[in-house]
Design a protein around this ligand. Structure first.
Ligand SMILES: Cc1cc2nc3c(=O)[nH]c(=O)nc-3n(C[C@H](O)[C@H](O)[C@H](O)COP(=O)(O)OP(=O)(O)OC[C@H]3O[C@@H](n4cnc5c(N)ncnc54)[C@H](O)[C@@H]3O)c2cc1C
Ligand SMILES: *[C@@H]1O[C@H](CO)[C@@H](O)[C@H](O)[C@H]1NC(C)=O
Ligand SMILES: *[C@@H]1O[C@H](CO)[C@@H](O)[C@H](O)[C@H]1NC(C)=O
Ligand SMILES: *[C@@H]1O[C@H](CO)[C@@H](O)[C@H](O)[C@H]1NC(C)=O
Ligand SMILES: *[C@@H]1O[C@H](CO)[C@@H](O)[C@H](O)[C@H]1NC(C)=O
Length: 542
């Protein structure tokens, strides 16, 4: 990121220690920045689109600015008073405005962040800790979805949520689905570009494995489809993570077949009920080897109070078929769980989406059009791991012992295998394929009233350290959609940053990282699209 294309006020800030008084004499008003931007926008769009209801500055729109900023942001940790705020928020209503946004940000030397669904774990889509000032391009007004059942495809604009896509598919067909995330408020933009897994992953792979075409605005403001961008860039955006290559405006995705009836279950076992971890141990042996139609995830919650706490393991399953067939599979391959007919609930695929997203029983699928996240206003820290061998009894014991100490914490085990193992590691940037038994996520939430937020972050780091001998190594792998700024501990210094990229790069992408760097160097050599952990453009020296 060359200093040359930054405004004077910014280089001033980067020399903060020396020139602090100068900086405060000439503050950049976000309102005037917005005016410059709007003027530039007018010059760079041929068609006139109304700009009302699309710009929000802290000065002119004080009453709603914070509301708009927080609207889809999921992690309160990045919404405190002291976190940097964008100078203004722009919600484009047309593709050409996205193009002009890139051109004008470049011209005015203002850093830009793009947000689709706002679920980034480290707030990368709405907070910049490395560039001041910055603006926020929020995609929420670009949320068209066209489903074409005749050729099993859909074009989806990135401001839509994954729940809206699911709903629009189910509206047209009961036997079509799409293999993306479990949480229905996820934004199509950030989610798919980081991989995107859900309960259909063992049968069909990731959402990123099922992309046919895309439209992206590059660092020159050009709008490119698959043919125009070429296969390299098209490869990079399917799993390379958000905020590195351009602003994706729409994805063309491939729909997949689902049966009229799917079966779900949620069997829970406390630590005491799972004597000698017999069920957990067996799950680790079969989770990735079961028929591809079956997905059984384990969710560990802490239950009980003070002197009487336990961990509840919920085995949440989805089977693409009826309960009779499911019972046969379970009796043969996983009898230890003790699944019964009465645990099994038959439903349509779209109802199973609502079930996994934890909507109360009987919620109509139309709720998906509202893009609601049931997460609520929480602060959280999370980390991820991949298990390539079963975790032995000692490791399990240690993990559970640590979990039980942290109120509200959750550990997720998500099974791999099936289609996930069949797709080669270099097919798309997402590299966690053959040899992965399951993915682990350690997650701890807290609320406003918590007086010691750092203890939770410490907890996440501690359990992660503890798990070191039991998970993948060389590199220890992480899921880029569970963005974790601890990895490689990014500094503000750009030199440090490129060294750090050598650490987090292979964790998220293994050998694919080198190809991502090469593609980044071709398409965005000046690093216009950047964030704390974006793909760096230059060859990395160690
Ligand atoms: C509660 C919760 C549940 C989750 N469940 C799952 C799950 O089941 N499966 C799963 O795979 N993941 C899951 N995730 C992780 C999720 O996939 C990532 O957080 C993902 O990045 C979210 O995308 P978004 O558009 O909502 O986020 P945003 O915060 O809007 O964006 C994330 C990143 O992508 C960039 N970006 C956003 N839009 C675009 C665009 N149009 N073009 C280019 N870059 C863009 C942003 O700048 C940012 O760097 C979950 C996250 C949360 C908080
Ligand atoms: C923000 O304030 C300006 C100036 O008062 C006004 O023109 C604009 O419409 C407001 N934007 C929104 C989205 O209300
Ligand atoms: C959806 O279809 C309409 C009508 O054909 C078209 O104008 C629009 O561009 C399409 N949207 C997307 C995202 O492809
Ligand atoms: C599964 O059961 C547990 C324990 O009763 C509960 O907390 C959880 O919400 C249930 N999950 C689903 C998807 O029903
Ligand atoms: C401890 O919890 C278990 C399971 O929730 C319950 O059956 C038992 O009565 C509890 N014991 C005490 C002392 O509260």
């Amino acid at each position: 990121m060359g200093i040359s294309n930054l405004r004077p006020a910014i280089s001033c800030i980067s020399l903060l220690a020396l020139y602090i008084s100068l900086c405060t004499i000439t503050p950049t008003s976000s309102a005037s920045l917005q005016d410059d931007f709007i003027n530039c926008l007018h010059r760079n769009t041929n068609v006139d689109f109304p700009l009302e209801d699309t710009f929000f500055t802290p000065e002119r729109n004080a009453s709603i600015f914070i509301e708009v900023l927080e609207s889809t942001a999921q992690n309160q940790r990045y919404l405190t008073e002291s976190t940097p705020k964008p100078s203004f928020i722009f919600k484009p209503v047309h593709e050409s405005q996205v193009q002009a946004s890139v051109i004008c940000s470049k011209k005015l030397g203002i850093h830009l962040r793009v947000r689709s669904g706002g679920h980034d774990y480290e707030g990368m889509s709405y907070v910049s800790q490395i560039d001041t000032p910055f603006i926020l391009i929020d995609m929420t007004k670009l949320r068209q979805i066209n489903v074409t059942i005749e050729d099993n495809s859909a074009w989806v604009q990135t401001g839509a949520t994954i729940g809206e896509l699911y709903y629009r598919i189910s509206e047209k067909s009961k036997i079509h689905g799409f293999p993306a995330g479990l949480w229905t408020s996820l934004g199509i933009g950030g989610h798919i570009t980081g991989g995107a897994y859900g309960s259909l992953m063992r049968k069909f792979g990731l959402a990123a494995d099922n992309v046919l075409d895309a439209k992206i605005v590059d660092a020159n403001g050009k709008l490119l489809d698959r043919t125009a961008m070429g296969e390299d860039l098209f490869w990079a955006i399917r799993g390379g993570g958000g905020g590195s290559f351009g602003i994706i405006i729409a994805w063309k995705v491939k729909l997949v077949p689902v049966p009229m009836t799917v079966t779900v279950f949620n069997v829970t076992k406390t630590l005491e009920q799972d004597v000698d971890n017999k069920i957990l141990s067996k799950w680790q042996l079969v989770a990735d080897k079961l028929v591809e139609e079956l997905f059984i995830r384990v969710v560990f919650n802490v239950a009980g109070n003070n002197g009487n706490k336990t961990v509840i393991a919920s085995y949440k399953g989805q089977f693409l078929g009826d309960k009779g067939t499911l019972m046969e599979v379970m009796e043969k391959d996983f009898p230890e769980l003790g699944l019964t007919q009465s645990d099994c609930i038959e439903m349509s695929w779209i109802e199973s989406i609502l079930y996994f997203a934890q909507f109360p029983k009987g919620t109509p699928p139309e709720v998906l059009l509202q893009g609601i996240s049931l997460l609520g206003k929480v602060y959280f820290k999370a980390k991820s791991d991949f298990a390539t061998k079963p975790i032995p009894a000692l490791g399990l014991k240690g993990m559970l012992k640590r979990l039980i100490k942290e109120e509200g914490a959750i550990v997720f085990w998500t099974p791999y295998g099936g289609m996930m193992s069949k797709i080669p590691e270099s097919e798309i940037p997402f590299p966690h394929r053959c040899g992965t038994i399951f993915m682990i996520q350690y997650y701890t939430p807290w609320t406003d009233s918590d007086k010691r937020p750092n203890t939770h972050i410490k907890w996440a780091r501690e359990i992660y350290n503890y798990m070191t001998p039991y998970v993948s190594s060389n590199p220890r792998q992480s899921y880029v959609n569970y963005r974790d700024l601890d990895l490689g501990q990014n500094g503000k210094n750009s030199k440090v940053k490129s060294i750090n990229a050598k650490i987090w790069g292979p964790k998220y992408f293994k050998d694919n990282f080198n190809k991502l760097v090469r593609i980044k160097s071709n398409f965005d050599p000046d690093n216009f699209f950047r964030q704390e952990q974006s793909i760096p453009p230059m060859p990395i020296r160690s």
